[in-house]
Design a protein around this ligand. Structure first.
Ligand SMILES: *[C@@H]1O[C@H](CO)[C@@H](O)[C@H](O)[C@H]1NC(C)=O
Ligand SMILES: *[C@@H]1O[C@H](CO)[C@@H](O)[C@H](O)[C@H]1NC(C)=O
Ligand SMILES: *[C@@H]1O[C@H](CO)[C@@H](O)[C@H](O)[C@H]1NC(C)=O
Length: 230
């Protein structure tokens, strides 16, 4: 079981190698031309793929070690993308520590490349496609007492397929409703009432949702390990 899960994790990193257009092309059986920006994003995505794979294995190792059950289900791409997005709003040591904690070496890989890599990966994963019905995104909910900077809001939207909202956590019921509505809408109604309790003193909430349905079809000709998983 553990092995098939690690193969499942690799699927997300491997999907990264396919541009959204070429993914559609592969599924429809024809090649598609790409724009310059798409290929730049695709190159950045290739660069972050080894980091994501290492991150996935190291977190899997920790979870497996702590868990007393044999099945562990988690999405390393969700965790990594949520934190990489959060780094956009952090400064100084916190900013560096978040990215280094995800396994990125900022001397070797420019920060802009990291964000472009995630942009491409999340865009690819969210492409409508009937074989892999997957949607994923983040929501960042910040208490009204903090002001949100415009560039941050734009980056979150453009790079991370996500949104940041200013809400009043003092009104815990209303805040909970906003978060749950966002997740329900983003997941096309698959995830409801995600948040059950919310503390009035909350300053921010970072939410990630992922929903998918894998149909038994062989989608990646360059990923031999998939043959055995599906
Ligand atoms: C596993 O852990 C959970 C929570 O930590 C606990 O409720 C459960 O009893 C544990 N199961 C076994 C078999 O130890
Ligand atoms: C980051 O990369 C540089 C250059 O390759 C290397 O000297 C340094 O040790 C690396 N840092 C870490 C924390 O691995
Ligand atoms: C959240 O914002 C509200 C409205 O601005 C404010 O009254 C409250 O003190 C803030 N909460 C925290 C924990 O800072």
């Amino acid at each position: 079981m553990a092995l098939s899960i690690t193969r499942g994790l690799l699927l997300l990193a491997a999907l990264c190698c396919l541009a959204p257009t070429s993914l559609a092309g592969v599924l429809q059986g024809h090649a598609v031309q790409e724009t310059d920006d798409t290929s730049h994003q695709e190159a950045a995505c290739h660069k972050i793929a080894p980091n994501l794979a290492n991150f996935a294995f190291s977190i899997y190792h920790k979870l497996a070690h702590q868990s007393n059950t044999s099945n562990i289900f988690f999405s390393p791409v969700s965790i990594a993308s949520a934190f990489a997005m959060l780094s956009l709003g952090a400064k100084g040591n916190t900013h560096t520590e978040i990215l280094e904690g995800l396994g990125f070496n900022l001397t070797e890989l420019a920060e802009a490349e990291i964000h472009k890599g995630f942009q491409h990966l999340l865009h690819t994963l969210n492409q409508p496609n009937h074989q892999l019905q997957l949607t994923t995104g983040n929501g960042l909910f910040i208490n009204e007492s903090a002001k949100l900077v415009d560039t941050f809001l734009e980056d979150v939207k453009n790079l991370y397929h996500s949104k940041a909202f200013s809400i009043n956590f003092r009104d815990a019921e209303e805040a909970k409703k906003k978060i749950n509505d966002y997740v329900e809408k983003g997941s096309h109604g698959k995830i409801v009432d995600l948040v059950k309790d919310l503390d009035q003193d909350t300053v921010f909430a970072l939410v990630n949702y992922i929903s998918f349905k894998v149909l038994p079809i062989y989608i990646c000709p360059n990923c031999p390990f998939l043959k055995r998983t599906i």
